[in-house]
Design a protein around this ligand. Structure first.
Ligand code: AKG
Ligand code: FE2
Length: 234
């Protein structure tokens, strides 16, 4: 599934120097196309948001039952929270949790989870990051539709042993003007770097580091799809 284009040993120095890396064409073209088609066709999304200092999951059946006014209220609650603090609004599917619980649908979704936890992928990311103790990759599918966002945070959570964060971008076509940019901030709050969600690119970065997903523009030509998670030690 990994394309043969990359020498992970050669990517270690740039990763160390910058604390992050953007690796284009990470999967074979066929694997990327197949996976992208599966995630675009996927329908079992939860809406997740952070408001009042708490995480909320709204499940597919609940989303279906909601009126337009209720959808607007949810969105506005996330927007109000984002005005002055940490918040997010996007759709997800907790691939790692579902797989571990035995509820992940067999087929491409379980295949990709197994690939992310295969020796081939784990050895690759151990070499790039220099963290030989990476034992597994957790994972969620994410969909950022127009209006969705994730404000600045640093990914550090006590006890989770996160060695690095990763994002595998699966949107076939994206324009930087559409937002949804993974941005990194310096101590003064300036943008010191960022990655556009380029198809079949793998982003990795070391933790803790302030970063955000900029709001997807209302005029974007579609949603931003990826598989994201953390490379973790036991
Ligand atoms: O989707 C991305 O580019 C990053 C997501 C992220 O920062 C997170 O889920 O914590
Ligand atoms: Fe993050």
């Amino acid at each position: 599934m990994l394309s043969a284009n990359h020498d992970p040993a050669a990517l270690h120095a740039p990763y160390l120097k910058n604390g992050r890396i953007h690796i284009p064409s990470i999967l074979t073209e066929h694997a990327a196309d197949t996976l992208s088609a599966a995630i675009l066709a996927f329908e079992d999304w939860n809406r997740v948001l952070y408001q009042g200092g708490k995480h909320f999951d709204i499940y597919p059946a609940q989303l279906q039952a909601m009126t337009t006014a209720q959808h607007t209220d949810i969105r506005n609650a996330a927007y109000t929270a984002a005005q002055n603090g940490f918040s997010y609004l996007y759709d997800n599917y907790p691939l790692h949790d579902a797989y571990q619980a035995g509820t992940c649908p067999k087929g491409l979704l379980s295949d990709i989870y197994e690939f992310l936890n295969s020796p081939a992928f784990l050895d690759f990311v151990r070499t790039v990051t220099g963290h030989a103790d990476i034992a597994f990759a957790d994972a969620q599918l994410t969909r950022f539709a127009p209006g969705h966002f994730l404000t600045s945070h640093d990914d550090a959570v006590d006890g989770k042993n996160r060695r690095a964060a990763y994002v595998l971008n699966l949107t076939p076509r994206w324009r930087p003007d559409w937002g949804g940019l993974l941005q990194f901030f310096d101590q003064a709050g300036n943008v010191e770097g960022g990655f556009t969600p380029t198809f079949n690119a793998l982003n990795m970065f070391s933790i803790p580091k302030p970063h955000a997903v900029s709001q997807v523009a209302t005029f974007a030509g579609g949603a931003r799809y990826s598989i994201t998670g953390w490379l973790r030690a036991e």
